[in-house]
Design a protein around this ligand. Structure first.
Ligand code: MEV
Length: 431
């Protein structure tokens, strides 16, 4: 069969599967079996998932785990996490317990402003454009009223629109730079609808009032949200830190290295995103938007740097992070995906502000666990213990064999080859 097809999206699900199986797989029956193995027998649930995207052929599972014992501003939370990496939930739980005994996590939402831009080209004089913008600004907001009415009832809406002159960067390039408050919604649809309305009004009025025409290039929200910021922190007396498996000075040095060294900062921040993405995903939020915004923020001073900071001052260990997070707890998947609804109920139906704080804590906790291991035992000890189960599953070990080998590796170093050897030895012995 040809690897090119037209009208694919119009085929039924089973015809789509037939086509890909015929075109790409040598063992066609096996491929079909795997695809169908992940279908849900509850047809309405399966339909719901099918309709999230186009051309769905099956479901892609990720483990949905929980990390209990998080004290955040004195309130207890069990945090839901959807992630495939074996050590992440265990690390989060360990950090939660550690800080529960030392006052818990403290958080604060610093700001919640979101941004959108209408990018346009204009060949005329800037002063004329500026006067026109100032005259039409009220109308831009008024024409968007049908879109903003409900959001305003919830305390949100358009905060401001300013005209930005970008013509030094690209000749004739200007922006309507708008700021928004979207309350409990992530706000992408709301912001984009407002921006498209601004563009319409702006262009139409320009045609009536200006000599030079305006060419709208695009209208879109920005996922860079440096003014939608949350802070999470922990602190305790140095003497309250364990002596054997914690080294506060080295911990602070490790953070300082990530502050100045981009190669380390990227991995350091990746560890933070292990915690953040897992909660963002479990709560039905857009992890790509969060990732893009967070990494841009990490480079805001011109060099990619650590998102977390640490210091020891007057005998107190401090560890904190400020991070931009545009999240929603209404709209989008939050009303649709049963597991997302469950995750939000588990989190006491948080507002978007509360979710920002929970997500930031998951990131800080994850970084704490990583740096604690890295500066003491090294990361592999814990990682490989968690990885042991993956290797045993890959080799199709029985429950009895897993039990024996997990016991064996309590006192032996886990490496891939050591696990394979121990597994083969055990099989030989038992056969
Ligand atoms: C692994 O997923 C994350 C770490 O590499 C983070 C770090 O190095 O800080 C352990």
């Amino acid at each position: 069969m040809s690897a090119t097809i037209s009208g694919f999206s119009k085929l039924s699900k089973s015809k789509k599967i037939d086509w890909i199986v015929e075109t790409y797989f040598s063992n066609k029956e096996e491929a079909k079996k795997i695809i169908k193995q992940y279908w849900n027998t509850n047809l309405s649930l399966q339909n719901l998932h099918d309709e999230f995207i186009e051309n769905t052929i099956t479901n892609y599972y990720l483990p949905f785990g929980v990390a209990p014992n998080f004290s955040i501003n004195g309130k207890m939370h069990t945090i839901p996490m959807a992630i495939e990496e074996s050590s992440v939930v265990a690390a989060a739980s360990k950090s939660a317990k550690f800080w529960l005994a030392r006052g818990g996590f403290k958080t604060q939402v610093i700001s919640t402003t979101k941004i959108g831009q209408v990018h346009f080209m204009y060949a005329g004089d800037f002063k004329t454009l500026e006067n026109f913008f100032n005259a039409v600004k009220k109308q831009l907001i008024a024409d968007a009223k049908p879109i903003t009415k409900n959001m305003e009832k919830r305390g949100g809406g358009i905060l401001d629109i300013v005209l930005k002159n970008k013509s030094k960067a690209i000749s004739g390039y200007y922006q309507l730079h708008a700021t928004f408050e979207t309350q409990d919604a992530m706000g992408a649809n709301f912001i984009n609808s407002c921006l498209e309305q601004f563009a319409k009004t702006f262009k139409a009025e320009a045609e009536k009032q200006l000599q030079e025409t305006i060419e709208i290039v695009m209208s879109i929200l920005s996922n860079y949200v440096p003014d939608c910021l949350v802070r999470a922190e922990v602190s305790c007396q140095l003497e309250d830190l364990p002596k054997d498996d914690f080294n506060a000075e080295k911990f602070v040095q490790a953070v300082a290295i990530a502050e100045v060294e981009p190669y380390r900062a990227v991995t350091h921040n990746k560890g933070i995103m292990n915690g953040i993405d897992a909660v963002v995903l479990a709560t039905g939020n857009d992890f790509r938007a969060v990732e893009a915004g967070v990494h841009a923020y990490a480079s805001r001073n011109g060099s990619y740097s650590s998102l977390t900071h640490a210091k020891i001052e007057n005998g107190v260990f401090h560890f904190w992070m400020e991070i931009p997070l545009a999240l929603g707890t209404v709209g989008g998947l939050t009303n649709l995906h049963p597991l997302v609804k469950l995750a939000l109920e588990l989190l006491h139906q948080p507002s978007a502000k509360e979710l920002m704080q929970i997500v930031a804590v998951a990131g800080l906790a994850q970084n704490f666990a990583a740096l604690r291991s890295l500066t003491t035992t090294g990361i592999q000890e814990g990682h490989m213990k968690m990885h042991l189960m993956n290797i045993l599953n890959q080799m199709e070990a029985t429950e009895k064999e897993k039990e024996t080998l997990v016991n064996y590796f309590k006192t032996n170093t886990v490496t891939h080859s050591a696990v394979v050897k121990a597994f083969n030895d055990l099989r030989k012995k038992n056969n």
